[in-house]
Structures are given as structure tokens and as C-alpha cells.
Design a protein around this ligand. Structure first.
Ligand code: PMP
Length: 345
């Protein structure tokens, strides 16, 4: 890996971050807070949140097997995807490389930040070649994105392949493990210490069942976490989100049960789906959704919408012609989907 200073934009390296009221008295115990121009009358949210979400990180740490100092929390994974562009990529000069097809926000963030986005197509099995990814890089490539399990294809990539990229690439590798709880593969976040250039993304939106609170996580070496904290908005994770996340973390048994139910449902739904006359192929998955090639994706999508059933039409995505992406729902929801498709002519 290059020295971090050579990867970071010079203005960010030199940046003096905003120092918020709640950062400045650290180390002292206090019970009179007249520093931040808040309204003093209590209503549960009249105080600013902890800018570094320390209590929440202490609860997340044992669950994820990642030390507190290696955790960044943001407003959804969206924030953790956007910040690395702003930290590492000089607009109009640098580029990033990503597998394709993959999660759409990487490209949108690249476009917003005026950073060239280089796509390297997966093969017909939706697998990637480390050599092809590395060949697409040049001196100005700052980040490689690998989403595993990948969205929309559903499959997880072999760890050795990702590790090959991590070892050979001199810049930052972002591995988005948003769906790792649904996969039997060992998550890469557990090997953070081996790779100073690795950023792993996780989210509360999928297995954790909290898409509505917007809480994303990035795991990386302390220096990279420091950069993310330097550039983020001072109070990026609000009080209600932090409270709800703490509550959810106290009920991990329920979550675990829901994940196993989703995995059981995934298996029966995919099995039943593959027998439908409209189904040409069900792709293997390691996530809480699966991709399927059907006889006429646009027509079937509209047919389902008319019956109040919304799936994701991915037929315009590269390598996903005639494909729909289907999230595993509740038993009853999956039953409605199958019943509707059995009547499709
Ligand atoms: N990463 C991947 C691979 C996703 O598919 C999604 C959501 N579709 C996200 C991240 C978004 O996560 P969040 O809700 O935390 O922004």
C-alpha cells in the first residue's frame, strides 16, 4: 500500500476539522451544559448527540468482532460510501474501479464527486477476475469497490480473490459486506488487522432490520477511521437513531431468529420459484434476495405491480437482461408472489 498521505487529497490531509462543543471538554465529568446553545428544557432530543457515538460503538464492537477504534458510524452506508470519495479522490483527476454489475450508489457517488468510475464486467457466472480489476487501475486509481455478497447478483466472492486484490493494490479497497449475515462465508471485517488498505462496509438496514433509522458502519484501520471522522458532519448520527440501535442490540436473539427464518424462506421460495413456467433461471445467492431470469421481465414486473406486488426490475442492468431481483419477504408475502405468478399467462 502507498503511504496514506500519498493517497489522501492534500486539502483533506491539511484540513482542520470542525471542533464541536461536545468534543472540547473530553475527560471531565459535567452536569451543566451551557456550551452549545441548546434549549435546556428536556424533551428527549433537546441535546446534541454524541458526535463519535461512543456508547453505541461499544455495543456494536463485540457483536461485530471489531475493536471500537476501528469503527465509523454514518448516516446509512450512503455516508460511508461518499466520504472515501471526498477523502481520497481529487475531482476531475482521480478514478475508482468497480465490478459491474454492482450496487448503484458507488457510481452515483463517483458522478457527484466528479470522479471517473471504471467498470470491470463480471463473467457469465457473475464472478470477477482480480487480474482484470487490477489491469483497469492506473496511478490515479484511488479506490477499488467489491460488493460481496454482490447486489444485484446475490453471490459472495471467494475470499482469496478479494485478498489477492487487497494485497496487490496500492490504494484503498472497499468491500461492501451489507449482506454478510446471510452468507456462510467468514466476513472480511474479522481480518482488518491484516490489511491497512481495507474498508469494510456494514449496515443496520438489512439483517439488523433497521433500514428506517439510517445507520451504516465502516470498519478500517485507525488512521482511516480518523480521516472519516475528520470529514463527516459533526453530528452525523442523530439521537433517535443511536437510541433505537442500542435497543435492537439488546435483542440479538430475536434478530438471529429472524435471520434463520429468512434463510429458510429463501430456500423454499427459490425452490418454488424455479418451478414456475415463467422462470428460466434462479441464480445462486448468499443474500436475502435472489436474481432470476424470466421469460419477459418488463411484462411480469408490470403484471405484479398491478397486483400490488413490487419486485425490482433489473432487466436494464448490464448482464442482467430479463432479470428480476426478489427480496425474501414474510411467508405470506412470498406465498402471494408465487400465487400471482402461477396465474400469469
Ligand atoms: N450496500 C449494498 C450492497 C446495498 O445493496 C445497499 C442497499 N440496497 C446498501 C449498501 C445501502 O445501505 P444503507 O441503507 O445502509 O445506506
Amino acid at each position: 500500500m502507498k503511504a496514506l498521505q500519498d493517497l489522501v487529497r492534500p486539502n483533506i490531509w491539511a484540513l482542520q476539522p470542525y471542533s464541536c462543543a461536545r468534543d472540547e471538554f473530553k475527560g471531565f465529568k459535567a452536569d451543566v451544559f451551557i456550551d452549545a446553545n441548546e434549549n435546556p428544557f428536556p424533551n428527549g432530543v433537546n441535546r446534541y448527540p454524541d458526535p463519535l457515538q461512543e456508547e453505541l460503538k461499544r455495543s456494536i464492537s463485540p457483536m461485530k468482532g471489531v475493536p471500537v477504534q476501528n469503527i465509523f458510524l454514518g448516516n446509512g452506508s450512503d455516508e460511508a460510501i461518499d466520504l472515501p470519495f471526498r477523502i481520497f479522490c481529487r475531482p476531475g483527476i482521480d478514478n475508482v474501479v468497480a465490478i459491474a454489475p454492482t450496487y448503484g450508489m458507488y457510481e452515483v457517488c463517483a458522478d457527484i464527486n466528479d470522479v471517473e468510475y471504471r467498470k470491470v464486467l463480471l463473467d457469465e457466472k457473475y464472478d470477477f477476475s482480480p487480474e482484470a480489476l487490477l489491469a483497469a487501475c492506473d496511478d490515479n486509481t484511488k479506490i477499488i469497490f467489491i460488493c460481496s455478497p454482490n447486489n444485484p447478483t446475490g453471490n459472495a466472492f471467494r475470499r482469496e480473490k478479494i485478498e489477492q486484490v487487497l494485497t496487490a493494490f496500492e490504494g484503498i479497497v472497499i468491500v461492501d459486506e451489507a449482506y454478510s449475515e446471510f452468507s456462510s462465508q467468514r466476513p472480511l471485517r474479522l481480518d482488518l488487522t491484516k490489511y491497512p488498505n481495507l474498508i469494510v462496509l456494514n449496515t443496520f438496514s438489512k439483517a439488523m432490520g433497521c433500514a428506517g433509522i439510517r445507520l451504516g458502519m465502516a470498519f478500517a484501520c485507525e488512521e482511516i477511521i480518523g480521516l472519516l471522522n475528520k470529514v463527516k458532519y459533526p453530528y452525523n448520527v442523530n439521537v433517535l437513531t443511536q437510541q433505537k440501535a442500542m435497543e435492537v442490540l439488546q435483542n440479538l436473539t430475536i434478530l438471529q431468529r429472524h435471520i434463520s427464518q429468512i434463510l429458510d424462506e429463501r430456500q423454499s421460495l427459490m425452490q418454488a420459484f424455479s418451478l414456475l413456467p415463467i422462470c428460466k433461471k434462479v441464480y445462486p445467492t448468499d443474500a436475502n434476495f435472489f436474481l432470476t431470469k424470466v421469460t419477459d421481465a418488463n411484462r411480469i414486473y408490470r403484471y405484479l405491480v398491478e397486483r400490488g406486488i413490487i419486485v425490482r426490475n433489473r432487466s436494464k442492468v448490464t448482464l442482467c437482461g430479463e432479470c428480476l431481483r426478489i427480496t425474501v419477504g414474510l411467508k405470506e408475502e412470498n406465498r402471494k408472489l408465487l400465487a400471482a405468478l402461477r396465474q400469469y399467462v
